[in-house]
Design a protein. Structure first.
Length: 333
């Protein structure tokens, strides 16, 4: 009798957990980031703010970049994540426990060749919908709703579009949330180091040779994007958004009058300082509670972000109806 009771309780718990998973809230997110030309005299940090991209999901690279090295399996979908060294590899889709984090698959040799400038409009080539138990999905331009907002802001003097994109994603608690990586604009890696120092063009023209006589392969340089960072959205009774973005702007800074990558540190410290080209880092780092359906604006002297988080149908129901505008009540967030 007790054994049957225990089995019944375990079954009820399993069913309850399954219903929680199935009832996971999905939302549609739309973001527009623009630069604002200003005469601000505010002093920005010397180094970019840390952006934790080691588990960030990249929806942009597959839309704008060319795959240099094929994936290990063309039949398996790949959602890019980034490790601590900003190297990309595939990760398994988020599924099962809504509070669990994605499990990184074995790193693949996927590499992308990016254009020198990322277009401000990022979208899927075709109308897209999320799938049950899947991860975030980039939407087509026709599925976005910010056309009038973008037109209005673009007419303002001194503004320039940096990034506009929309996607569908499941919402989890803070501990289980996974940020979306946002990047756009110009790639400065050919001119500046990531820390902002100007790259000193080497005088050596002969190729470097390994000990065995073979040419030494050039190291892969990670892009230094004009806009780069993460946007994390999580659900904790209310919706919260966390931004960790850097906007890079060319400027000048007082630095020692010698190569910035010189080996003699003591000489660098004693050298006279002169105004030197430098890639400034303008941070947009905020944590804000928001409501779904409302259009929110994150203000900043040098840039702005417009974001809306919209309720949507669960992917299973959405697949049946193919109606992206159907609304499912998921609570008063």
């Amino acid at each position: 009798m007790l054994r049957k009771l225990a089995v019944s309780i375990a079954t009820l718990i399993a069913l309850s957990h399954s219903q929680v998973v199935q009832a996971e809230a999905w939302f549609e997110v739309e973001v527009y980031v623009f630069e604002r030309q200003s005469q601000s005299t505010e002093q920005w940090p010397d180094t970019p703010i840390k952006t934790k991209t080691d588990k960030a999901i990249d929806l942009i690279s597959p839309a704008v970049a060319q795959v240099v090295t094929p994936m290990a399996s063309e039949s398996a979908p790949c959602t890019l994540v980034f490790d601590a060294d900003a190297n990309s590899h595939c990760a398994e889709s988020l599924n099962g426990d809504p509070t669990s984090e994605p499990i990184a698959a074995a790193p693949t040799s996927v590499e992308y060749r990016y254009p020198p400038v990322i277009p401000s409009e990022i979208s899927s080539a075709t109308t897209s919908y999320a799938s049950a138990n899947g991860g975030p999905v980039l939407l087509a331009r026709s599925q976005s709703q910010f056309a009038s907002i973008i037109n209005s802001i673009s007419r303002e003097r001194g503004t320039r579009s940096l990034l506009h994109m929309a996607w569908q994603q499941p919402m989890r608690g803070k501990s289980g949330s996974v940020p979306i990586r946002l990047f756009a604009g110009k790639d400065f890696s050919g001119t500046y180091h990531f820390d902002g120092r100007k790259i000193v063009t080497p005088t050596q023209t002969e190729p470097m040779i390994n000990a065995d006589g073979t040419p030494m392969l050039a190291s892969v340089v990670s892009p230094v994007w004009e806009l780069d960072g993460t946007l994390n959205i999580y659900l904790s009774h209310y919706l919260y958004i966390e931004t960790a973005l850097n906007m890079r702007k060319e400027g000048r800074k007082l630095l020692p009058a010698m190569p910035s990558d010189a080996a003699d540190t003591s000489a660098t410290l004693t050298a006279p300082k002169v105004m030197t080209p430098f890639l400034m880092s303008v941070p947009l780092e905020q944590n804000r509670r928001v409501k779904s359906e409302e259009i929110h604006y994150l203000d900043h002297p040098e840039m702005g972000m417009v974001i809306q988080i919209r309720k949507m149908a669960q992917p299973s129901a959405q697949q049946k109806s193919q109606n992206a505008e159907s609304i499912q009540t998921v609570g008063q967030y």
